[in-house]
Design a protein around this ligand. Structure first.
Ligand code: F0G
Length: 476
């Protein structure tokens, strides 16, 4: 079974006997899929191409029945696992260089870890935000920058997991609907694995940086005259007709990879979780995955508690916020989504029930922010040297709102999850600095703040005096 990849660690380890026991106990591929609606449990191989439950139509989550049953001596030793995961960072094995697979004991979804498809994703930086912390009166504010992944977004952590499953199960073609980042990640990992890939994107509504990636990595990229939700709906029909493996976040293995930043965050805080994690919300796979990651750490005794997990949406693409307001999060009415943060331009999020569970279980919040608030927050993060996508900046905009509403105390440790790299959508950034991004009515009340952040490039004569004079005007 799938524990061969761990053996070098076990040989190296000071507590080798103990670790061999864990590897055998935890690395066997004994996962199952459990429906989050009716609780039906199936094996991984029984999942339908659209990953929906045949009984109730809901989504599945990966469960590991063995974990709950182990008691006493058989229970994984948290101290040994923490040691092993850290120690792997110094290993020379390719799989250990992945910030996803170095935690492989907690994602035993493959029969063999021998040929995982990896681009050395994960192990992303956790930056301290000093300026924003000061402005908000918070002592400890951090940004976990998932835009520092190989294709520039958090999707890589999920893609390495689900694409490795696709490869192991013998698929020759993979596909996704996307607002851009999923397609960039899928295209790259499919290319690494030698698989064909199909991308469905909404025509004209994705950032050029992302579209260029899908082309470069060799996907068949179809621009459709529907929105993201329409693309996903169509793809769901397509995978029922042809042997194509669906790699959207309805695929529960995607979330297994995307839960690992929770492990990295816990590790970075020496296994004392931060008080609050703030995440952007689009299709709501990521918030669901991170919640699952922290839940598993707690259930296995690796951390003592869960952080609050809050989800922030753009005001024009806020179906989850409305669900909380209108239905106490028991139902969700799809909306027609509009936001310049195109990554989260989603009106009918597939994983909304999973995200609701995470928000409610952790005591987090769900709220929305305006286009001006997103643009300002993005520029402020830029000023700290942390460029990100507009969709990522909703986290800082959301934190400001939560702080203003008294929902975050100054003593709390807060982590913002930045999901994408700033170069994904350079048009947005340039538009902001040139003053062409926002309409006048969107900026009412924010004019001064925006003006103080705008740094448009200026035309200057090619002389020493002219450049120095421009510099003097800027910095005094
Ligand atoms: N941030 C970025 C940069 C994204 O690309 C996405 C989603 C999200 C946040 C929201 O994450 O969907 O898990 O709630 N992008 C998807 C895509 C939909 O196709 O690239 P979510």
């Amino acid at each position: 079974m799938g524990h061969s990849a761990i053996q070098p660690d076990a040989r190296r380890s000071k507590t080798g006997v103990e670790l061999i026991t864990y590897s055998i106990a935890m690395n066997n591929n004994l996962h199952q899929l459990r429906c989050i609606g009716c609780g039906a449990v199936i094996s991984g191989a029984e999942a339908k191409p659209d990953f929906r439950c045949v009984q109730c139509g809901e989504l599945f989550e990966v469960v590991y029945p063995g974990w709950g049953q182990r008691k006493g001596l058989d229970r994984p030793n948290p101290g040994a696992l923490k040691w092993l995961w850290r120690e792997r960072r110094c290993s020379s094995e390719e799989i250990d260089h992945s910030g996803v697979w170095r935690f492989r004991e907690l994602l035993p979804i493959l029969d063999s870890f021998g040929d995982v498809v990896t681009l050395r994703e994960g192990n992303t930086p956790l930056y301290k935000l000093r300026r924003a912390a000061k402005a908000l009166g918070i002592d400890q504010l951090y940004a976990k920058h998932q835009g520092m992944n190989p294709t520039g977004s958090f999707k890589d952590t999920g893609m390495t997991a689900a694409l490795s499953v696709a490869k192991e199960r013998g698929f020759k073609c993979v596909a996704c609907a996307s607002t851009g980042n999923t397609s960039a990640a899928m295209a790259a990992y499919a290319a690494r694995a030698g698989l064909n890939s199909l991308v469905l994107i909404p025509d004209g509504k994705i950032a050029w940086g992302k579209l260029s990636q899908a082309m470069d990595y060799g996907s068949l990229t179809c621009q459709l005259k529907v929105d993201f939700d329409g693309c996903l709906k169509l793809l769901t029909e397509i995978v029922k007709e042809a042997p194509i493996y669906l790699l959207n976040s309805v695929n529960p293995y995607r979330l297994e990879g995307q839960k690992t930043p929770a492990f990295e965050i816990a590790e970075a805080f020496d296994w004392n979780v931060p008080d609050h994690l703030i995440v952007p919300g689009g299709n709501l796979g990521n918030s669901s995955a991170l919640g699952k990651g922290f839940r598993e750490l707690r259930d296995l005794g690796l951390v003592a508690r869960l952080p609050k997990i809050s989800v922030i949406q753009a005001e024009g693409a806020n179906p989850l916020v409305r669900s909380f307001l209108d239905h106490q999060a028991t139902a969700l009415d799809p909306v027609e989504a509009h936001t310049r943060a195109t990554a989260i331009r989603i009106g009918n999020p597939a994983s909304w029930r999973k995200a609701v569970r995470v928000i409610q279980e952790t005591g987090g919040w769900c709220l929305d922010v305006t286009e001006a608030e997103i643009a300002i927050a993005k520029a402020e993060l830029g000023r700290e040297g942390l460029g990100c996508e507009p969709a990522s900046a909703v986290t800082l905009a959301g934190l400001k709102k939560l702080r203003a509403e008294g929902k975050v105390a100054s003593s709390e440790t807060v982590v913002l999850l930045l999901t994408g790299h700033t170069l994904k959508d350079a048009d947005y950034t340039i538009g902001f600095h040139r003053g062409t991004l926002l309409e006048k009515d969107e900026t009412v009340g924010y004019e001064k703040e925006i003006a103080s952040l705008q740094r448009n490039a200026i035309s200057v004569d090619a002389t020493v005096a002219a450049v120095l004079s421009a510099l003097k005007e800027r910095v005094g």
